[in-house]
Ligand binder design. Sequence first.
Ligand code: FE2
Length: 360
Amino acid sequence: MVKFVSVDKVKPGVTLARDVYGVDTFTGRIVMLKANQVLTTAHITKLLGLDLQGIYVHDNKSIMSTLIATSEKKEVISNIKELYKIAGKATESIYVGNIENTNDVLEKLIDTITDLESFYLTVDDLRLYDDNTYNHALGTTILAIAIGKHLRVTREDLTDLALSALLHDIGMVQIPISITQKPARLTDEEFDIIKLHPAQGTEALKDNERVSERVLTGILSHHEHYDGNGYPNRPKGKQIPFFGRIIACADVYDALTSQRPHRGAFSAHEAIEYVMGNAERQFDSGVVKAFLKCVSPYPVGNCVKLSNGELAVVVTQNPENPLRPSIFLMDNPSKIIDLYSDKNYLNVVISEVVEEVVES
Ligand SMILES: [Fe+2]
């Protein structure tokens, strides 16, 4: 994927996606560095000396940093892995000590997220790329903390919200793998078995004195729908526990943007459209509003193609609607267009993120 970044954000090892031009007094515009050049410290120093707005680079996940450090994600993953292992053994219960360790790890994650002044989470921010098994628990937790922060959940309550989100699917360890990993649509009978997991998870944790009632109700209600059409108990609206309403939204967004045995991953913008379209039906609209302030389908610097064929670069996110950020056109970088309010662009949408920019 191609990104437009300011030169001071570039790290050695990044590959240029477009030629970089400079001005020669005698010959005019000259190519300073060619596309596909892997940048060294010397190149970056040279680029810093040029009066550039930014450069186009290939977004390499191992080089470009995400908001939450890999080491921190690894710690959360190893913790949830341990809890799932214990929960999978029918004879053992999750010890108080395990939950205490988990809470310590979650405290660090909450600090990281609450310390960020303004942030938008990309799908990459929710994942750890070298370990896929427990990514859903990690992603749901990160997003639930972020939504909770926007809804002004207190610092103390965020710990319970994070624990509830991390453990929301722990009841799934009791569902046969032939159902959870089935590479096709589930039958009604199989889905009835899946529907047992919120209650099974709650049951496994209910005697643990470190797991509060709010954590349990969050787990039990994470598949309830705002209009009363969810499961297992079908409460409606604000009767659904607050944590359950937050986790429901985080869970669905993370699940849709993940690869599943029976389908590919939805893009971030498709998943956001799904969540927006289901406000008041599946989700609490107050939670959806907070969710929209946390996610980023088109991060700043992404190159995108508009539905009118123009190529553009994302300049700022719109906190009300992440699908309509401000952009500049590649052909006219000095003009900023706000897709949310510019009358000439009301019918124009972002049709895709540009993976490759062809040099003209
Ligand atoms: Fe679930």
